[in-house]
Design a protein around this ligand. Structure first.
Ligand SMILES: CCCCCCCCC/C=C/C(=O)SCCNC(=O)CCNC(=O)[C@H](O)C(C)(C)COP(=O)(O)OP(=O)(O)OC[C@H]1O[C@@H](n2cnc3c(N)ncnc32)[C@H](O)[C@@H]1OP(=O)(O)O
Ligand SMILES: NC(=O)C1=CN([C@@H]2O[C@H](COP(=O)(O)OP(=O)(O)OC[C@H]3O[C@@H](n4cnc5c(N)ncnc54)[C@H](OP(=O)(O)O)[C@@H]3O)[C@@H](O)[C@H]2O)C=CC1
Length: 296
């Protein structure tokens, strides 16, 4: 059943009236839910991503959504391009005259054993997630927030123990968190806060399309691994983002908030059974005492 999203916002109407935000990857999935929540709360929002087609569809939906109070606009931008990012921030400022919030959500990766990753594949993922985030932060800061303050949220992922088979993305997201910690200190004197939201496994049709036929078996395997026994929704991530952007989080900076149904408490969600035969793994001491069931 279609959901009346606007009326279900956990925040008070008008909370962000008079503010303006830029959301990367704002045309689909989690980014679109963030844009919708911000607009519902009265914020003006620029959404940016590579595909003008996705952006147009999103803009259309947002403008038709009666709950969206703020003004919405879109601008194509590849966050891997310095010129595009500079232009996206300038475009947002030109349209709305201010830039209180930046949400670095645009990103992603593909699944691959680390040994098979080409330099170009690794670079593409690091550039998209880490360089793209840096460029957007720097442009938002130098073009506006240095003088006026602001709040930034980066979308990372539940990643504390690495992310086997997505090592490129795990490394990039760890970099994003560390970057946030550095900037939180460097830019505090300008009144800028910067935090991260780490989603666990959140079902977005657009995101899971990326994994093709692997998607459904993955969902079946991963859901039981989440302590709350379900995947998350894009709205649950958006809600955390809005809180971190809001004045209610005024004393929070340089942090990462997991929105993961408890997944980070219990570890890695992929089944490890298919990662190969492990007799090459070294043993010190008497391996013969290990019963067969203690050594697969
Ligand atoms: C089971 C279900 C699990 C589900 C897994 C569950 C994980 C849960 C947690 C995370 C969930 C999500 O993030 S869901 C969100 C998912 N959404 C996205 O990922 C969307 C955005 N992603 C992308 O655009 C791409 O993945 C990304 C690589 C970043 C950019 O792609 P581009 O085509 O622009 O890259 P290019 O510059 O053209 O290509 C650079 C190199 O990358 C390689 N490359 C690109 N895609 C590749 C691919 N699919 N497989 C191998 N290699 C690939 C190319 O071969 C090139 O290397 P050479 O051939 O050597 O030149
Ligand atoms: N869904 C999940 O379980 C999780 C998601 N995440 C992260 O959350 C974010 C949103 O994911 P989700 O909504 O699920 O998936 P989507 O695939 O719907 O979102 C990714 C968005 O990023 C945009 N994007 C990708 N590359 C670029 C680029 N180079 N420049 C600008 N925009 C770009 C895409 O738009 P376009 O193609 O038009 O460029 C798209 O809108 C991603 O960073 C994802 O990795 C993290 C953990 C878990």
């Amino acid at each position: 059943m279609a959901r009346d999203y606007g009326r279900s916002s956990a925040f008070r109407p008008g909370l962000l009236a008079g503010k303006a935000a830029l959301v990367t990857g704002g045309g689909t999935g989690i980014g679109l839910a963030i844009a919708r929540e911000l607009l519902t709360l009265g914020c003006d929002v620029s959404i940016v991503s590579r595909s003008a087609v996705k952006l147009d569809a999103a803009l259309d939906a947002l403008r038709r959504d009666g709950a969206c109070v703020g003004r919405a606009r879109a601008q194509p931008c590849n966050v891997r391009s310095e010129a595009d990012v500079r232009g996206a921030v300038a475009g947002a400022l030109e349209a709305f005259g201010r830039l209180d919030f930046l949400v670095n959500n645009g990103g992603g990766q593909f699944i691959s054993p680390a040994a098979d990753l080409s330099a170009n594949g690794f670079r593409a993922v690091v550039e998209t997630n880490l360089l793209g985030t840096f460029l957007a932060c720097r442009e938002a800061f130098t073009q506006y927030m240095r003088e006026h303050g602001g709040a930034i949220v980066n979308i990372t992922m539940v990643n504390r123990n690495g992310f086997p088979r997505m090592a490129h993305s795990g490394a990039a997201r760890a970099g994003v968190l560390n970057l946030a910690r550095s900037l939180a200190t460097e830019w505090a004197s300008s009144g800028v806060r910067i935090n991260c939201v780490a989603p666990g496994i959140v079902y977005t049709p657009s995101g899971f399309e990326n994994y093709g036929a692997m998607g459904e078996p993955f969902l079946n395997a991963v859901t039981p691994a989440v302590p709350c026994k379900r995947l998350g929704t894009a709205e649950e991530v958006a809600s955390a983002v809005v809180w971190l952007l809001s004045e209610g989080a005024a004393y929070v900076t340089g942090q990462e908030l997991s929105v993961d149904g408890g997944l980070s408490l219990v570890g890695y969600p992929f089944p490890l059974a298919d990662t190969g035969e492990h007799s090459a793994f070294p043993v010190y001491g008497d391996a013969a005492v290990l019963p067969p069931a203690a050594r697969l």
